[in-house]
Ligand binder design. Structure first.
Ligand SMILES: [Zn+2]
Length: 356
């Protein structure tokens, strides 16, 4: 799934939204749909939790007003975002002083990071693209967490618009800054970067916020940050959430494939829907994974990702239609299990984790 960010590209002409109705109102987000799409029950609360986590991590605090998020069809979203790029179905921009997110899928965490940052600036201004997309990719987990394939030097040259293939490097670099200096400092760097218009100007951004020159920072990055090729650079509130309870000795039973009306269902009724569960393994273990119910209807995939930093990186994807899986070795710690239903037609099922 691809993501794009536009800030300040449209306020002059104003955006033209198709008719929508409000589907969810919370403290931090207000969700609108075009009427044809049901927003799954867990989506709004999940977006609230994500923004709350972002506020605590960055120490920029909670929001005073909700972010308006419009769920439209792919065609409508692309048209409204005005990007003309295939496969890009979401954007965030500032309409007068209100950040607005337009998207064709939910929960769209990546765009929420952009909107959140806009609300934390006195005057909405564009920020340095490579840094901002990095932060949005670390805290927004909509897309696949691919390994970086581009160089840092090249990425740092993009000040106001970042090509999609540069996102993983941006996220990897931002995760390094978070590890080294903390999330609050990382967020301060991004906000301060609205002054910087080219890579030379970034030097004063880094010096003022982190007390280090670009050259020294890049050197440190190259020395310290060699591992972490994919999902290890993402941070989510699930890793702080209480873990699922193991119901009986050695086996964890998870009800998956819940209907859109269930509080655990994320997404929308006609698009990809999924769930997230937090698992905790107090000691190193070997597990088997299988469905306790027939799997033909599910077409479900699971992704297990370890919480932590690049050093702890572990990400594992398994197609449940392949049958039981044996002998998966896991280090101790918390993991996030994500189910994916590509057809959007989830069927209730029971997933079993058994410690061998
Ligand atoms: Zn973005």
């Amino acid at each position: 799934m691809l993501l794009w960010f536009v800030l300040g590209c449209t306020p002059d002409r104003g955006i033209q939204l198709p008719p929508t109705e409000e589907a969810y109102e919370g403290r931090r987000v207000r969700l609108h749909t075009n009427g044809n799409r049901e927003i799954c029950e867990g989506t709004g609360p999940s977006m609230e939790q994500m923004l709350s986590f972002l506020g605590r991590e960055t120490e920029l605090g909670d929001l005073d007003q909700p972010i308006d998020v419009y769920l439209l069809s792919e065609e409508q979203a692309r048209e409204t975002c005005g990007l003309g790029i295939d496969d890009v179905y979401a954007c965030a921009f500032v309409e007068e002083t209100n950040p607005v997110v337009v998207t064709s899928y939910l929960p769209t965490e990546h765009e929420l990071v952009h909107a959140y940052l806009s609300l934390k600036q006195d005057v909405p201004r564009t920020r340095y693209a490579f840094l901002e997309e990095g932060l949005a990719s670390v805290y927004g987990r909509d897309g696949s967490a691919a390994a970086p394939t581009t160089s840092l030097a090249e990425g740092l040259s993009f000040d106001r618009s970042l090509p999609l293939d540069q996102y993983p490097r941006a996220a990897h670099f931002m995760n390094f800054i978070i590890d080294e200096f903390g999330p609050a400092a990382a967020a301060r760097v991004v906000l301060a970067s609205s002054e910087a218009r080219d890579v030379d100007a970034l030097d004063s951004t880094f010096t003022e916020t982190l007390g280090i020159s670009t050259e020294a920072l890049v050197e440190l990055y190259e020395q310290e940050s060699v591992s972490c090729t994919s999902a290890g650079w993402q941070r989510g509130y699930d890793c702080e959430s209480p873990a699922e309870e193991w119901h009986f000795s050695g086996t964890l039973q998870l009800d998956i494939g819940s209907q859109c009306s269930s509080p655990t269902a994320l997404g929308s009724s006609d698009g990809p829907s999924f769930e997230r569960f937090t698992l905790d393994f107090p000691a190193a273990t070997t597990v088997s994974i299988r469905m306790a119910t027939p799997v033909e209807e599910h077409h479900a995939t699971i992704r297990l990702t370890k919480c932590g930093t690049c050093d702890d990186e572990f990400s594992f994807v398994y197609d449940l239609s392949k049958g039981p899986l044996f002998g998966l070795q896991l280090d101790p710690g918390k993991y996030v299990l994500r189910t994916l239903y590509s057809s959007g037609q989830s069927e209730p099922g029971v997933l079993l984790f058994r410690q061998q």
